[in-house]
Design a protein around this ligand. Structure first.
Ligand SMILES: NC(=O)c1ccc[n+]([C@@H]2O[C@H](COP(=O)([O-])OP(=O)(O)OC[C@H]3O[C@@H](n4cnc5c(N)ncnc54)[C@H](OP(=O)(O)O)[C@@H]3O)[C@@H](O)[C@H]2O)c1
Ligand SMILES: *[C@@H]1O[C@H](CO)[C@@H](O)[C@H](O)[C@H]1NC(C)=O
Length: 276
């Protein structure tokens, strides 16, 4: 069947208008410009070298997850820590030789006080822990994403940890009406109150990652955001870029005690290092 060319032209015209309007709305809601670092002009490599000299140690919560797994890989590659400890609910197995010096602490998150020792003596903590409401129910979600995370941060602080890096989410807001964003915002605020020397909050948008387990809605969102990544630069991020940003940011000296990196700031910091 052949459409009359005027009808086709009209349809194309309407479609174009719709796309332009959507793009304009999305650009309007883009994040603020990235945070400026005083030391940003310095070479990250030399800061890394300097950081390495101090024989520091770190722990990772959620190292079996999509972000944590890649964060661990990036930390091993860039080798800025003398010791890396994984804290999780189960023992992980790794084939690669690069992983042989890892320390693993298996804990019961329902009785974290009994495992205070696991959180002692780390300079830096990374938290990539989290579940979903679909997996754990509303109550379970709060338990993991708020209670487990906050308790871990408390124990780390008591155990001498100086820097805490939290993977939160774009839109986190303790006053939000959405449970997800509210819980993320609440745990940010509660950890800030613990008074770490340095507390970094990462607020990535949709993580672009090839997840092993299937989550149809995330898959769809990923395809969608991935295809339009230039337009959606503030709404999604490859998880590989996020972990590069987390490691680079660890060696930088921020101006404030608490810093929040929105999606755009994470992307620009992470991409700076993509060459390596
Ligand atoms: N996915 C996104 O698009 C997105 C966007 C923005 C922010 N975030 C946030 O970023 C964080 C990490 O996301 P991700 O996608 O990398 O996570 P993920 O792949 O789902 O991994 C979650 C991690 O948390 C652990 N965990 C989950 N439930 C637990 C429980 N009940 N007890 C103990 N450990 C538990 C998992 O351990 P096991 O392997 O033992 O289950 C795993 O290590 C989450 O807080 C998420 O909300 C995600
Ligand atoms: C770090 O470890 C190396 C090798 O074990 C040692 O020579 C150096 O003095 C240590 N540096 C600090 C700051 O502890």
């Amino acid at each position: 069947m052949k459409l009359p060319s005027t009808a086709l032209g009209k349809a194309t015209g309407i479609l174009t208008v719709v796309v332009v309007v959507i793009a304009a709305v999305l650009i309007y809601f883009e994040d603020e410009d990235p945070v400026q670092y005083s030391s940003m002009t310095e070479d990250i490599r030399s800061l890394e070298e300097n950081f390495r000299q101090h024989n520091r140690s770190c722990f990772i919560l959620g190292a079996s997850g999509e972000t944590g797994r890649l964060l661990l890989q990036e930390l091993l590659q860039r080798n800025i820590f003398s010791r890396i400890t994984l804290i999780g609910r189960r023992q992980l197995t790794f084939e690669d030789k690069a992983y042989e010096n890892l320390v693993q602490e298996v804990v019961d998150f329902e009785k974290l006080d009994d495992y205070a020792a696991a959180f002692e003596g780390h300079d830096v903590g990374y938290c990539c822990l989290g579940t979903t409401r679909a997996k754990a129910g509303a109550e379970g979600f709060v338990r993991v994403d708020h209670d487990y995370v906050l308790k871990s941060a408390e124990l780390a602080k008591v155990g001498g940890c100086k820097q805490f890096h939290l993977e939160s989410s774009r839109g986190a807001d303790k006053n939000s009406n959405f449970l997800y964003l509210k819980v993320k915002g609440q745990v940010e605020a509660d950890i800030e109150a613990l008074g770490f020397d340095r507390f970094t909050i990462y607020r990535p948008g949709v993580l672009l990652v090839d997840r092993q387990e299937s989550r149809p809605s995330e898959w769809l969102a990923r395809k969608f955001f991935g295809a339009f990544s230039p337009v959606f630069s503030s709404m999604s991020i490859p998880v590989q870029v996020l972990v590069k940003a987390m490691v680079s940011n660890t060696v930088l000296q921020p101006e404030q005690k608490t810093e929040i990196l929105e999606n755009k700031a994470i992307a620009s910091l992470g991409e700076k290092n993509a060459a390596k």
